[in-house]
Ligand binder design. Structure first.
Ligand SMILES: Cc1ncc(COP(=O)(O)O)c(C=O)c1O
Length: 395
């Protein structure tokens, strides 16, 4: 049969990162491509014990349908944690548990944007979000990401030129892919411009608790005085990515619509894992666990930077993240990024080309993303040495 694929899906490409995963089975391959948390960061023994307790004491609840808004105890715990860690969540806000931050992003766009409406995003940005916006028929306008956050002048111009912009999507803290953090001044400016041009901000903060250097900054949600910020978070990077538990905090009126949209998608987030997550927070020391992850990434990021300083020629620049999972390298114009990524792959070192994160899919890039949470220290050293030699050969 000849299938007629919908207009919505016909031009959607598979995620470049998921495609790279397929090449990783080769023995000796070193991947700096993934966005996965470190395997050693999962609290396996606690999860095993709590899972057995759930099936001993709460089996029916864990196996039955549940409410769309989320497991009530978990919602309370997340609200309390957001108040305690970030000082956010007012009486006008509500919180829904979603199936990963990925679903929170998609539902936010679904609730706010008609097909053809514009979503403004940092350029480059998180590929999962960009693909969610594309799949809903939104137009994406990218605004250059500078070292201290989005280019404010360009943002204002983009808002002025796109009166149909409904959503401004930003990852102000340890951005994916660039690993950069938006300064406090720019956070205030972003909020001011969102007020001036009357758009909702979707603040995506899955890495917010993973700071391993520098000082915490207030979230944009914390600056929100008129209920225009939806705040998306996740347990993926602090507890388990496979549990698929995220959350969306925002104005009650918007969250009510998100609840309806989620009912259509998956009724509710996996209730067994919601209970597991909740009991973990009740019975274990979440703060101590997060501190261990921070220490691990401090060590790995620091070592990757040491290796870059040692092995990478000076013509390559790279970001120095203060948290999160990624750093972002930029090649000189004399080297073709796609040739470099291909040849790195032939040498069994996998990186993601910056083109994958472009808002405009046809645009070029000179940058590539490196992940330090997944590879071992030995792989980091070997892989960066290979990449450095390759630059020298190609320059
Ligand atoms: C910026 C950003 N937002 C959201 C997500 C989605 O995370 P999850 O759906 O696992 O919660 C990711 C995952 O890598 C991310 O990097």
């Amino acid at each position: 049969m000849e299938y007629k694929i919908s207009d919505k899906m016909i031009n959607m490409k598979p995620s470049a990162i998921r495609e790279i995963f397929k090449s990783l089975g080769t023995p000796g391959a070193i991947s700096f491509a993934a966005g996965n948390p470190a395997p050693e960061s999962f609290p396996v023994a606690d999860m095993q014990r709590i899972s057995a307790e759930i099936f001993a004491n709460q089996a029916v609840q864990a196996l039955q349908y549940s409410v769309t808004e989320g497991y009530p105890r978990l919602r309370e715990q997340v609200k309390a944690r957001l108040r305690e860690k970030f000082g956010i969540g007012s009486e006008n806000d509500d919180l829904i548990i979603v199936t990963g931050g990925q679903q929170g992003i998609e539902l936010s766009c679904k609730v706010l944007c008609n097909e053809g409406d514009t979503v403004i995003a940092e350029n480059p940005s998180f590929i999962g979000a960009l693909n969610a916006f594309r799949s809903l028929g939104a137009k994406i306008k990218g605004v250059t990401l500078q070292d201290d956050g989005i280019d404010i002048k360009e943002l204002e111009q983009t808002l002025r030129e796109n009166p149909d912009a409904k959503l401004l999507y930003v990852i102000p803290t340890f951005q994916n892919p660039a690993g950069l953090t938006t300064s406090l001044e720019k956070r205030k400016e972003i909020y001011r411009l969102a007020q001036k041009y009357d758009v909702v901000i979707l603040e995506d903060n899955p890495y917010g608790e993973l700071r391993f250097a520098g000082e915490d900054l207030p979230t944009i949600k914390k600056l929100d005085t008129d209920g225009r910020v939806l705040y998306c978070g996740s347990f993926s990077k602090v507890l388990s990515a496979g549990m698929r538990i995220g959350f969306l905090l925002g104005p009650k009126e918007l969250i009510q619509k998100v609840v309806v949209a989620k009912q259509v998608e998956d009724v509710h987030t996996n209730i067994f894992f919601q209970i597991l997550c909740s009991r973990y927070m009740d019975e274990c020391d979440m703060d101590a666990h997060v501190e261990e992850i921070r220490a691990l990434y401090r060590k790995k990021a620091g070592f990757m930077l040491e290796c870059l300083d040692k092995y990478m020629p000076e013509c390559v620049s790279y970001t120095r993240p203060e948290g999160g999972l990624f750093l972002w390298c930029t090649l000189p114009d004399s080297i073709s990024l796609m040739d470099f990524v291909r040849r790195a792959g032939e040498n069994l070192v996998f990186v993601v080309p910056g083109t994958a994160f472009n808002c405009d899919e046809s645009a070029g890039s000179q940058s590539f993303r490196l992940n330090y949470s997944m590879p071992s220290m030995e792989e980091i050293e070997k892989g960066i040495r290979i990449l450095g030699d390759l630059v020298r050969e190609m320059a």
